[in-house]
Design a protein around this ligand. Sequence first.
Ligand code: 5GP
Length: 191
Amino acid sequence: MKLLEDKIRACGTVAPGGVLKVGGFLNHRLDVDFLDKLADEFYRLFRGEGVTEILTVEASGIAVATLTALKFHVPAVFAKKSETVNLSGECFTADVESFTHKKTYQIRVEKAFLTPAERVLIIDDFLAMGSALRGLSSLVAEAGATLVGAGVVIEKAFQPGGQALRDAGVRVESLAKVARMTDGGEIEFEE
Ligand code: 5GP
C-alpha cells in the first residue's frame, strides 16, 4: 500500500536490532484518520470471508483491530498479556515470545469470547518472527473456531515469520512489506 510506504518513509526510524519505530502514527500516537484507511484496506481484502470476529493482542494491535471491526460490524477481542481480576471465566492460552521485549509471556482469551462458530480475522501491527500471530492462531485452533486469515500493518519480510505462516496455510495479508532496513535509516519495500 503506497500510502503506508510513504508514511513509513516519512515518519519511521530504524533502531538497532532490526526494530522499526513508528510511534508517530501506529505505536504511541495514533493517527486515527490514517489508521482508518488501513482498516478500509483490511475490509476490502477480507470482506468476502464471512468474518464474525476480529482478534488481536494488547496493546499495539488494538487500535487497528478496533477500526477494522467497525468496518465489518463485528466485535474486536484482544488477547490479554497478564492475568487480571477483569478475567472472569476459563481462558484459552498460548505462549508468545516478544521480539521487541525479548521475553516470553502468556496470552489469554476467555473461552466465552472465542467460540467454535466464529470466523476469525487476526489483525496486528507488526509481523516479525511470527510468534504473536502463531500464538493468536493457536487460540483460534484451541477454540475450534475458523481462522480466515491475518491482516498485518507492517511485515518485516526479511524475518521469517510471514513465510512460515504462509507455508503453514495461513492467508497473511500485509499492507507494507519491508524488504531491508539499515541502521542508517534506509527502508526498502518489497514490490
Ligand atoms: P513477532 O511475534 O512476529 O516476532 O513480532 C510481532 C510483535 O512484535 C508485534 O505485535 C509488535 O508489537 C512487535 N514488533 C516486532 N517487530 C517490531 C518492530 O520492528 N517495530 C515495532 N514497533 N514493533 C515490532
